[in-house]
Design a protein around this ligand. Structure first.
Ligand code: SF4
Length: 432
């Protein structure tokens, strides 16, 4: 069978785009591999990320690795698409002529045609999954209408475009038929869903209707925006057992001067939302992302951010040092005057604080029982997750194989565990 290597860099939205593309390739008789270390396929397609400097560097390095493979005659065709290509197509074409073609983010049809295949319109929503079969990302919209001053995404992915509810339900049914039990709802901003095509926020309705699909057991909400967080979504999460008591809301910062420079909401809204979520869903796990080193973040502002992390005790937290991105409001209006070494030191300091919080929160789970989903078997352990943990980014529950006896659970199975031990970021448990 002809083979094509489809390499995906960047975020979960890119994973979904690649899965749509791989379904088209498969329908044209190709076997699709997803392996950046494999040069056995004569055609390589790279889905790039262009969000921040580190991601751009990784994308360029990956392209150059396959340019070398092409120069050595190991591969014949090299195609590049995604955010980096969308943002820098002309520069890339000039600097890396060995790449057969560069495509933007909304170009699946062009890529299929350029690789000599036939695009099948009827396959809209069909995907060949690259994640483990029991969970899948469901991208509910493209682009973003927010105007966070440091962010290049609206410049790359354009205006917010919700995908119609019926199309999403059809896609989710297909995923369920293929064994998906957990849906991770993603977009650049999931809470904005529907405002463009239905003129009102429709996320709560979408979550409710997704939860009525047979076979789907868990639905997890990512990339929510703090401003105007829909009350009906909180109510849906509180009352619907299939919606994980988990939400990912990137707050980015808490100091009002910095938030203002970021062109984001005030900290009053942030504290009110956290209080409201925890009041209506007491056991909710809050994941957030913070940005340190943005212009305007003086020592006082950073102290306020550290206190915010200490006081709120997020269940899951990630932090990024500010990366000046050309064309953004911040790059055009503010001096990037905080040295990289300070930015990185601040990011480390935040993660040190979070480390002890995670340790403390995990210790409080010892002795408790949870329903977990099995992700895989790895050496002597069954590796699983509670509903408070998203795959690949959050904590895991490690269950000694020995405790399973003869009935070894498989990936995608839900089992009950009692937590016996805890570490900073992982838990140990036994089947009950
Ligand atoms: S909401 Fe997210 S994707 Fe949209 S502009 Fe802000 S940071 Fe960027």
């Amino acid at each position: 069978m002809k083979k094509i290597n489809l390499i995906t860099l960047g975020c979960s939205k890119n994973i979904v785009d690649s899965e749509y593309l791989s379904a088209q390739f498969t329908a044209n008789g190709y076997r699709v591999i997803f392996d950046s270390n494999d040069a056995s396929a004569k055609t390589v397609v790279i889905n790039t990320c262009g969000f921040i400097s580190a991601a751009k560097e990784e994308s360029i390095n990956t392209i150059m690795r396959f340019v070398e493979a092409k120069r050595r005659g190991e591969i014949e065709h090299l195609f590049v698409f995604g955010c980096l290509a969308e943002r820098y197509a002309n520069e890339l074409r000039a600097e890396i002529p060995e790449v057969d073609s560069f495509f933007g983010v909304k170009s699946l049809k062009d890529i299929v045609a350029r690789t000599g295949m036939q695009y099948r319109q009827s396959m809209i929503g069909e995907r060949c999954m690259s994640t483990p079969k029991h969970y899948a990302y469901l991208k509910i919209a493209e682009g973003c209408n927010r105007r966070c001053s440091y962010c290049a995404i609206p410049l790359i992915r354009g205006k917010y475009e919700s995908i119609g509810i019926e199309q999403l339900l059809a896609e989710a049914r297909l995923l369920s038929e293929h064994g998906v039990r957990e849906l991770l709802v993603i977009a650049q901003d999931t809470t904005y869903y529907g405002l463009d095509i239905y003129k009102k926020q429709k996320l709560a309705e979408l979550l409710d209707r997704l939860s009525r699909i047979d076979g789907i057991s868990w639905i997890r909400l990512h990339y929510a925006y703090p401003s105007g967080f829909p009350e009906d979504v909180i109510a849906e999460m509180a009352g619907n057992p299939k919606i994980c008591k988990y939400v990912d809301i990137p707050f980015q910062h808490i100091n009002n001067n910095v938030l203002q420079k970021m062109r984001r909401n005030s900290n009053v809204e942030i504290y009110r939302l956290i209080e409201n979520l925890r009041k209506q869903i007491p056991d909710i796990a809050l994941r957030t992302t913070l940005l340190v080193g943005h212009p305007g973040e003086d020592e006082n502002a950073f102290d306020e951010l550290k206190n915010f992390v200490r006081d709120v005790k997020f269940d899951r937290l990630g932090v990024f040092p500010y990366s000046e991105e050309e064309g953004t409001f911040s790059a055009l209006n503010f001096e990037d005057n905080i040295p990289e070494i300070i930015k990185n030191a601040r990011a480390d300091e935040i993660m040190d604080i979070q480390n002890s919080i995670s340790k403390e929160l995990n210790a409080s789970r010892v002795g408790k029982k949870y329903c977990v989903i099995v992700d895989r078997i790895e050496s002597d352990y069954i590796v699983a997750r509670t509903e408070y943990d998203s795959p690949e980014i959050d904590n895991e529950v490690l269950i000694p194989l020995a405790s399973a006896g003869n009935s070894l659970p498989q990936a995608g199975d839900f089992v009950n565990v009692k937590i016996t031990e805890s570490e900073d970021y992982d838990l140990y448990g036994e089947l009950v």
